[in-house]
Write a protein that binds this ligand. Structure first.
Ligand code: FES
Length: 150
């Protein structure tokens, strides 16, 4: 029978410890990058509203029943004017970020990437999108429409 003296147990070499330290550091950097990427994917409104400046245009540019495409914070946004109100939505799909398309006939947004569908209020109708489209605030003062936080 062989006995092992605890003082003779092999210790990790300096190179093994250094390699483990580097691997741990790379894993930590990867985890931070992944967390940041997921946050921007899942919560695009935080990125949009922090960097975006309000966009204004004449109310006459948007007749009742019409739509107007604008860029807000560098992202595509569609403003809808119904007989009741004006609404603005980010056209960035909440699934994987494709650009959704407004389909006036069906009064819904359609994502061509994976078939996601949203209603005219931005709520998910079907498909993989996990949350509604981001709604952007809209104000009408006089004859001017302003989209975005003021
Ligand atoms: S990216 Fe829109 S449904 Fe997948």
């Amino acid at each position: 029978m062989t006995t092992t003296n605890p003082s003779q147990t092999p210790r990790p070499s300096v190179f093994t410890a250094r390699r483990q330290f580097i691997q741990l550091g790379l894993a930590a950097v990867g985890a931070v990058w992944l967390g940041t990427w997921l946050q921007s994917l899942l919560f695009p409104s935080q990125n949009t509203s922090q960097a975006a400046q309000p966009v204004s245009f004449p109310l006459a540019d948007l007749p009742v029943g019409g739509t107007k495409a604008i860029s807000y914070g560098g992202l595509p946004v569609l403003v809808l004017r119904t007989p009741e109100d004006l609404r603005a939505f980010s056209l960035v799909c909440t699934h994987l970020g494709c650009t959704v398309q407004w389909q006036a006939g069906g009064k819904e947004f359609y994502c061509p990437c994976h078939g996601g569908r949203y209603d005219e209020f931005g709520d998910v109708l079907s498909g993989p999108p996990p949350i509604p489209l981001e709604q952007i605030p809209v104000q009408v003062k006089g004859q001017t429409v302003t989209v975005g936080e003021m």
